[in-house]
Design a protein around this ligand. Structure first.
Ligand code: ADP
Ligand code: MG
Length: 727
């Protein structure tokens, strides 16, 4: 057996297992070895079924003989049932109101059950099966993770040394239909014993392992799957987390080095010119904005392309910074493209830029999948006008329209620039790495790369920024424009809902507008569990219009609307024709309606803290007092704690740190959003470790930019290629 041996050659797999492995992308022994447990459990003190008595908090271990869903014998409560057997007897497990749990247990498998033992009279009539035991387990937790012990038949059938079980740490693997933790346990055991790891080469050099006191690859693999003690498991996890963070940083830093080894547009902008440009705004830039602009202008003056991330809370004024950067480029005779993730946002930026550049006689274009516009129009020089796509592309290609704002339509091949010297990407995390890279490489045929200004309002923890944005120089806009009153954020209990609405009515009557955010578009499927129900935007809009706010205009907005309808609704809201806009989180990014001062968020526990913070930012746009009302039916203490953090914390950056601390690893959707595994996310709680990995990666790239002296690292990065920014 080697690490490349296909799993199907190692174990017999039934079709369900084959499917499950396929879904997880596990093909070879190596893949499986790198499929880590998400946690470890200490088995509870077990009892045998014959020992149980009513009232016990019991832990039993046995074989699941059968499982089904049914209705309760007297009331019509839906329930799930299973019959469990050990060598001393049988007992029924009953899940009231949770029939689906019975569907989840694997009949024929062994599992641990923890729950309260209850007794009921045996009537022997009606719906009660005559075989039903008198005692039953109510709503037990099932720990399939212990199923592996079933294999130790002796342990099961002659379970007289329960004490020893306390010594075991049971690896629990991420839940997967068709593959139990027990299955994983046995497979890993087979692989470890069969020598599947013998040919694996440690990608971390021994000096690094020594320096940070990390176990070698082989030791770590054994420890992560079959730890004898928790500290071993922790050391192993730390090693893999370090490895992941180290290689991401290495990749990012190398990307940056490569990007910056290309020539770019070097230009100097005089202070007087830029301040003249800024004087045209109705407000003074904040200190943070001024600093950011200075930094960007200094980057432009250098002879390599800028790669900068402007990270600023919603409302911190990133658009102004983008405008100043654009001015410097256009003023020097080059072109700018400005990409936003949605049509609404692109349109909004386009309109802002039309205003900002009108007095300079600079033409601005808009390119989205839906429409092409140009500013100014020939007939009315204060307005923009529709033009054909061909015409727009022609004028962009010959440099007549030096500023092109748009959606990802900008990436298309036939969009050509004369000399594209600056690429601005708003809400950059909404784009794929490849999309960003494509836009940034537009000018390559002209021989030089554009400066790159990416922007985000998603505050992320410092450790995450250091890792995933390792290829970007960071500028923080950590200051809101003067005169903004902090948002009043309140959690509204059910009995205060009316009072909150009353206040909303007052605000609306005073001319303000409100958002209502719902977690879903439609009413939930009645078949689905109660637990996943949430308010729908459609029903809520109807309810608010008919019941609570008949005297106001309620509008509806969600992602399934046609872009044109979305735009129209947004426009009506912006014009004040709609007083209350009920929406799903599609309004999350960047949309700017300064007169909207209230945001009510339904089912708030369903949103991440960063997202809630961004939503709340929608009403941070004016000098009126803004309110964020949070509605939630959660009784979960952790969810409540998170919502309280939102109330108490004003800064997005602080909130991001809190979110990381509160939610922890595995719940920040690292894989999806950042390309980091759950394990890697664990590492992000450890600033020291992330900083250390960064320093090591920097040292290597400094001495060996293309990793020619470190072929093993280069090889490893190749395997991660899909995550790179600029390739
Ligand atoms: P974001 O950083 O969320 O993209 P925007 O650039 O949309 O923020 O700016 C939010 C609002 O603040 C806009 O209405 C903008 O005109 C205004 N604004 C920007 N900078 C300042 C400033 N220095 N003083 C006052 N208002 C400002
Ligand atoms: Mg913005």
């Amino acid at each position: 057996m080697t690490s490349d041996t296909p799993l199907k050659d190692i174990s017999r797999l039934n079709p369900i297992q084959q499917k499950a492995l396929e879904r997880l992308g596990l093909k070879t022994a190596r893949d499986l070895l790198y499929h880590f447990p998400s946690r470890y459990e200490v088995p509870g003190q077990r009892k045998q079924i014959s020992e149980l008595a009513a009232g016990d908090d019991a832990v039993i271990f046995g074989k699941i003989l059968s499982a089904k869903t049914s209705k309760a014998w007297r009331k019509k409560i839906p329930l799930g049932e299973a019959v469990i057997e050990d060598e001393t007897g049988k007992i029924k497990a009953i899940w009231f109101h949770q029939p689906y749990l019975a569907k989840k247990v694997a009949v024929g498998q062994f599992a641990e059950f923890r729950g309260k033992v209850a007794a009921r009279k045996k009537t022997g009539t009606g719906a009660v099966a005559t075989t039903a035991p008198e005692l039953y387990l109510t709503n037990p937790e099932v720990r399939d993770g212990l199923a592996w012990q079933a294999g130790k038949e002796s342990l099961f059938y002659n379970n007289d040394n329960n004490q020893n079980l306390e010594e075991f740490l049971v690896p629990v693997y991420p839940e997967t239909r068709g593959l139990s933790s027990g299955w994983f346990y046995y497979q890993q055991k087979k692989l470890l014993a069969g020598g599947a790891l013998n040919d694996l080469v440690d990608s971390l050099p021994t000096e690094l392992l020594k320096k940070f006191n990390l176990p070698s690859l082989k030791t770590a693999l054994v420890w992560i799957h079959h730890p004898k003690k928790l500290t071993d498991a922790e050391a192993a996890r730390k090693r893999f987390a370090f490895e992941e963070v180290f290689f991401i940083q290495l990749a990012r830093l190398r990307d940056k080095k490569i990007y910056q080894s290309n020539p770019s547009f070097s230009l100097r902008t005089s202070k007087t010119e830029i301040s003249k440009f800024l004087k045209n705004f109705p407000f003074k830039p904040t200190t943070a904005q001024t600093k950011a602009i200075e930094q960007i202008l200094a980057d432009f003056a250098a002879d390599k392309p800028m790669v900068r991330l402007l990270e600023g809370d919603v409302g911190s004024g990133k658009t102004l910074v983008a405008a100043a950067a654009t001015f410097a480029i256009v003023n020097a005779g080059y072109e700018v493209s400005y990409m936003a993730p949605t049509e609404i946002l692109a349109r909004q930026h386009f309109e802002s830029f039309c205003q900002y550049f009108a007095h300079l006689n600079v033409q601005v274009g808009l390119l989205t999948g839906k429409e092409c516009r140009k500013f100014p129009s020939k007939i009315n020089p204060t307005e923009s006008t529709h033009i054909s796509r061909t015409q727009l592309l022609k004028w962009v290609a010959n440099g007549e329209i030096p500023i092109l704002v748009g959606t990802h339509a900008l990436i298309q091949k036939n969009v050509k620039f004369k000399e594209l010297a600056l690429v601005i990407i708003d809400e950059q995390h909404r784009f794929g790495v490849l999309q960003r890279a494509k836009l940034a490489r537009k000018n390559l045929e002209n021989g030089s790369l554009p400066h790159l200004l990416t922007m985000t309002a998603t505050p992320i923890p410092r450790t995450l920024a250091l890792t995933v944005y390792g290829d970007l120089d960071l500028t923080l806009l950590d200051e809101l424009p003067a005169g903004r009153k902090p948002i009043v954020t309140k959690i509204i209990p059910p009995n205060k809902r009316e009072a909150a609405y009353e206040h909303v009515r007052e605000e609306l009557a005073a001319g303000r507008q409100a958002y209502v955010i719902c977690p879903r578009i439609d009413e939930p499927d009645p078949e689905k569990e109660l637990a996943i129900q949430a308010k729908s935007a459609r029903a809520e809009a109807k309810r608010l219009q008919e019941k609570n706010f008949p005297e106001f205009e309620v509008g509806l907005m969600h992602g399934k609307l046609k872009p044109k309808d979305k735009e129209e609704t947004m426009q009506e809201f912006a014009n004040g024709e709609i007083d209350i806009l009920v929406s799903t989180s599609v309004v999350e990014v960047g949309v700017n309606v300064p007169n909207a001062t209230i945001i009510m968020i339904e089912g708030a526990e369903r949103f991440g803290l960063a997202q809630l913070h961004q939503l709340r930012g929608r009403v941070l746009r004016s000098s009126h007092q803004a309110y964020c009302y949070i509605f939630s039916d959660t009784t979960n203490a952790k969810s409540m704690e998170r919502l309280k953090a939102l109330v108490e914390t004003k800064s997005g950056f602080d909130l991001a740190e809190k979110d990381l601390a509160l939610r922890g690893a595995g719940t920040m959707s690292g894989e999806k959003q950042w390309g980091i595994s759950d394990l890697g996310m664990e590492a992000l709680r450890n600033l020291k470790m992330v900083a250390a990995a960064r320093i090591e990666a920097e040292k290597i790239i400094e001495d060996d930019p293309d990793l020619s002296l470190h072929p093993d690292f280069a090889e490893k990065l190749k395997a991660r290629k899909q995550e790179l920014h600029f390739e």
